[in-house]
Design a protein around this ligand. Structure first.
Ligand code: DI6
Ligand code: FE
Length: 407
């Protein structure tokens, strides 16, 4: 057998949830072959090509289930400090105004983030990343947005880009300069958008530090017109966009995102029927964030049935952030997506594999078990794939494979 045809590793005696097609894509007696970090075969053992005999190592999965590696497609994992004190003050009955006066809220995270060194931020983000990796996460998005000035936003994006040098993880970085208005621009939000477009974004593009541009379109964030301007600039500079859309009110965010062929529109609690239709037309992924819904005690559900009927791809992510979703468990989000949002377990799993890959523009290389995709997958100690969504806490990961390597 020619060397070029030799496989590195072969997993046998596995049940596969390939996530190819619309459901789990189950293969009962499955096998996965890997070469050079890429899947060269995923399917029935009975159809294995003969050259599988020459694989260097055979792994017996013992009838365990294998799924694609999990993908967390919306995180703010890089930031300084935390907001536990504020959480405690709120529960002791202190008002929002008192907390703000005591230096709380997003501004406190911006302050702590600006003060932290690049090394410190990588260290803090690493501590949040480890539990995700331990749950089988193989790729994440890492947003900036707690720096809100040129130097600090660059520091946050650099921290995101450094994570793969220390951990077995793929990272896509997103520039979220339009997350909040920094104190030095108080009352001058249009000037801040001009600064992002004229100064910050061009440098980030020239350093190649961002894979996408995001914004927070909200009455307490930025206006429709301001986000429109930012997105036009991002598009001119060749970056795809995504949007925090309609989280607290209907700001016609989903439709704006769709107009720019956004990779995703995220949150969507207040998205209208027109917004859903626009997303279906543009192929924009709906990223559902049940951790923020839960933390804010939101009661207005995203339009799940309308998204489903329209055929909009739905992803699920942690939104890991210190204010509204202080979680580092994507498996817990699967459960919440089902219990709070009524996604089926198959939809929830597609939301952290196939559709999460699409939300990051990684659909051709990640998110399913098929030949040609990255050899990033999880072997689980479960009896059915629904168990991943059913359990509230716990972690049945048996083995994580990243770029063809176990660990
Ligand atoms: N939506 C949110 O819920 C968070 N950011 C956003 O755009 C809040 C961020 C924070 O409070 O730190
Ligand atoms: Fe977010």
């Amino acid at each position: 057998m020619k060397h070029a045809e030799q496989w590195d590793d072969l997993w046998l005696d596995a049940r596969l949830a390939t996530m190819v097609g619309s459901g789990y894509g189950v293969v009962e007696d499955g096998a996965i072959g890997v070469r050079d970090g890429v899947i060269v075969y995923a399917g029935p053992r009975a159809d294995l090509p003969l050259l599988a005999q020459s694989s260097r190592a055979h792994h017996n999965a013992g009838r365990r289930w294998i799924t694609p590696g999990l993908i967390d497609c919306h995180t703010h994992i890089v930031y300084g400090g935390n907001r536990a004190a504020e959480f405690e003050m709120r529960l002791e009955g202190r008002s929002y105004a008192e907390i703000a006066a005591a230096g709380g809220g997003i501004v406190s995270t911006v302050k702590a983030t600006r003060e932290a060194s690049l090394d410190r931020l990588v260290h803090l983000a690493s501590a949040r990343l480890k539990p995700l990796i331990a749950e089988g996460v193989v790729a994440i998005e890492s947003k900036s947005g707690y720096g809100l000035d040129l130097e600090s936003e660059i520091k946050l994006l650099r921290a995101g880009r450094l994570l793969p040098l220390r951990h077995p993880i793929h990272v896509r970085t997103t520039f979220l300069g339009a997350h909040a208005l920094p104190p030095e621009f108080a009352g001058k939000s249009d000037d801040y958008i001009d600064y992002l477009i004229g100064t910050v974004l061009p440098q980030i593009v020239s350093f190649g530090l961002a894979d996408a541009v995001d914004a927070f379109l909200e009455t307490i964030g930025f206006s429709h017109a301001q986000v429109d301007r930012l997105f036009a600039a991002a598009t001119r500079m060749g970056l795809p966009v995504k949007l925090h859309a309609d989280q607290l009110s209907d700001g016609r965010g989903a439709a704006l995102a769709a107009r720019y062929q956004a990779l995703s529109a995220d949150h969507l609690e207040y998205t209208s029927a027109e917004g859903v239709a626009a997303m279906a037309k543009s192929g924009t992924v709906a990223v559902l964030l049940p951790g923020a819904f839960y933390t804010l005690r939101e009661t207005k559900l995203p339009p799940i049935e309308a998204l489903r009927q329209a055929g909009v791809k739905m992803a699920v992510a942690t939104d890991s952030n210190p204010g509204t979703s202080p979680t580092t468990s994507l498996l817990l989000m699967l459960n919440m997506a089902a219990t709070l949002f009524r996604l089926t377990p198959a939809e929830a799993l597609a939301g952290v594999t196939r559709n999460a890959a699409a939300a990051l523009g990684l659909g051709s290389s990640h998110g399913t078990l098929e030949a040609g995709k990255r050899a990033d997958f999880c072997v689980w100690d479960i009896e059915t794939p629904a168990e991943l969504t059913y359990s509230l806490g716990g972690n049945p990961l048996y083995q994580r494979v990243w770029s063809g390597q176990i660990g």
